[in-house]
Structures are given as C-alpha cells and as structure tokens.
Design a protein. Structure first.
Ligand SMILES: [Zn+2]
Ligand SMILES: [Zn+2]
Length: 203
C-alpha cells in the first residue's frame, strides 16, 4: 500500500509538490502551512529536491515538518523529489526514502535515448516507496523524444498496476493533454502537484 492511498480523497484538493528554502524554493515549511490553512487547502506534501548527497540538513527539514504538524490543522506529508539515473535507480539513499511519507520521481538531466528512458522508467516503478511520477513528459518534450500511443498505454498500465500516480503539474503544463485520456483509460490516478517554489504558488 502506498502512502497516498490513505489520503486519496485529497488528491486534487491538496497540494502535493512543494519546494522550500532548503533548496530552490522561497518559503519555509511553516510559511507554506500557514498559507495553506488560510486558503483551506486540506493537505500539503513537501517534496524537497534530494540527491545521494543532499547538500542541506535533511533531518532539520524533517524536524520542521514535525513541528508544523503540531501547529497546523492540516495533513502534512514529508517527501522528496528524486531524480532518475540512467540505470533506473534513484539519486537518493534508501534510508531517506524510508524516512519520508511521499517520495516522488522525476526525469531531469538524462540521456536522450528512448530505450534507456523506458528501461529506467520500468525499473523505477519496481521501487515500492515511490508514489508519483512528477512533471510527466517534460523531459521527453525538451529532449525532442516521443512515445508512441502503444508505449504510452503500456506505461500507464504499469503505473496503474504499481499504484503510482501521475502528477497534474500546473507549472509545466504537464502531462500533455493527449496523455490524460490515455491514462484515464488505464485507470491511473491523478494528483495535483503544482511544483510550488513560493507560497504564492499555492491554491
Ligand atoms: Zn523536477
Ligand atoms: Zn519539483
């Protein structure tokens, strides 16, 4: 069972993709929680960028989240956004994935090779900790790579079988419109993830 399944009624009303000033975002954990409470957003998931070497105090980030849970009447999930590596592993230590509620994966820098991409994609789905495919399709678009409809259907079927969500990402207008009906056809669930980098991106 994935963590998102406990909160499935909030997939579209919650905000499931937030960066803070621990990395390239502007607000603190508390700033986002305060604003979410004001706006009546019932759930926030913090998905800070992570690497095998995080470059910031990951434990302090988790402590901020614990403190916010005591202060705000919201569902507050800890999480991270991990980059897919060419061998299909994620650029994050396993113990980090185990410590957070809501790990999500994304393709950032990656080889421009559709076969390497597909192999890596299916490998990632085997990771039981992974909840969501973040900004789906953006890497492919930038790299000028395309997936055929048949390949997309297989991807969506695999997501559905693995109980991994597809993110509706306002910041990048992802996924492409054409993907949405195909994904629905395979009973994939969608989650709102706006890739917030400041509190104004909430709501
Ligand atoms: Zn990203
Ligand atoms: Zn992000």
């Amino acid at each position: 069972m994935k963590v998102w399944q406990k909160y499935s009624q909030y997939l579209l009303s919650g905000e499931w993709h937030i960066h803070t000033d621990y990395t390239d975002g502007k607000g603190s954990v508390a700033d986002y929680c305060r604003r979410a409470a004001e706006l009546g957003i019932p759930l926030v998931a913090f998905t800070e960028h992570i690497r095998r070497n995080p470059g910031y105090d990951f434990q302090a980030y988790l402590e901020d989240i614990d403190r916010a849970r005591e202060q705000y009447d919201l569902f507050i999930l800890s999480g991270c956004e991990a980059k897919v590596l060419p061998d299909g592993t994620l650029d994050v230590e396993d113990n980090v994935l185990e410590q957070v509620d809501y790990p999500i994966f994304a393709f950032h820098s990656f080889p421009q090779d559709i076969d390497v991409y597909l192999d890596a994609f299916y490998h990632v789905l085997k990771n039981p900790r992974i909840n969501t495919w973040a900004h789906p399709g953006i890497f492919l678009k930038r790299a000028g790579l395309h997936l055929q409809e048949g390949e997309l259907c297989l991807i969506f079927k695999a997501l559905s079988n693995s109980e991994v969500l597809i993110e509706l990402n306002k910041r990048y207008n992802a996924p492409p419109d054409a993907w949405i009906d195909l994904a629905r056809g395979q009973q994939v669930n969608f989650v709102r993830g706006s890739d917030c980098h400041c509190v104004e991106d909430l709501g």
